[in-house]
Design a protein around this ligand. Sequence first.
Ligand SMILES: Nc1ncnc2c1ncn2[C@@H]1O[C@H](COP(=O)(O)OP(=O)(O)OP(=O)(O)O)[C@@H](O)[C@H]1O
Length: 245
Amino acid sequence: MATQLHRRLNAPAAVAVHGLTRSFGTRRVIDNLDLNIQPGEFVALLGASGCGKSTLLRILGDLDPEFSGEVTVPTRRAIAFQAPRLMPWKRVWRNVLLGLPGRPDRARAERALDEVGIGHRADVWPKVLSGGEAQRASLARALVREPDLLLLDEPFAALDALTRLKAQALVAELWQRHGCAVLLVTHDVEEAILLADRVLVMKDGVIAHQESIALPRPRDVADPEFTRIRGELLDWLGVRQGAAH
Ligand SMILES: Nc1ncnc2c1ncn2[C@@H]1O[C@H](COP(=O)(O)OP(=O)(O)OP(=O)(O)O)[C@@H](O)[C@H]1O
């Protein structure tokens, strides 16, 4: 079993990972991985299914202590998953405050809900929310913590195409307003290029490739440079049809 060698939490608003290894049984899912994320940087993480993306995110989010290596993350961090994970027995505004210490501050929850466009849903039960609204509530729950690092594990994967585009635009806007660093796990190469400053490709337990995206925002999928980067990333993912390596 892997052991935790170092963990420093009171870091500046940046991520520094060095020599990270995580095994399940005899399989090393993460194998001596290094990663740095600057304060305020938006990083997207791509990789084949099962390559260890969520495992990495869970370690950064403090949900998995069974690793070896050095992991430095900002103290203020928040995580949102593909499933919104709202508690059905708590009204939406109380879900937003879930886990925060002190007396429930309804005004604080409402501000976060307003920010993601569902302030009018503060008093309802989670079950009446649409999929897009539930995902927004989940984002509000992350934002209310005013994180320096926002970890997003395929937050748009379950949404229909139109709702997904709106949610992507919302995340871009929130990121620009809050200035937190973001690590977004996604399967969608276009989504990664649209949103991120830097796109990482995870393979064989490490960051095998990275692309810095210098295109101005908002980005245009028809831009030739966008197309070039997409081709490059698809090559690394081994999924471009007819492409020679
Ligand atoms: N708690 C666990 N116990 C045993 N094996 C695990 C555990 N968590 C993850 N794994 C294994 O580790 C590997 C990486 O899983 P992980 O969920 O990190 O992949 P992923 O890249 O996020 O995949 P996907 O893109 O399909 O979500 C998988 O083979 C998975 O089965």
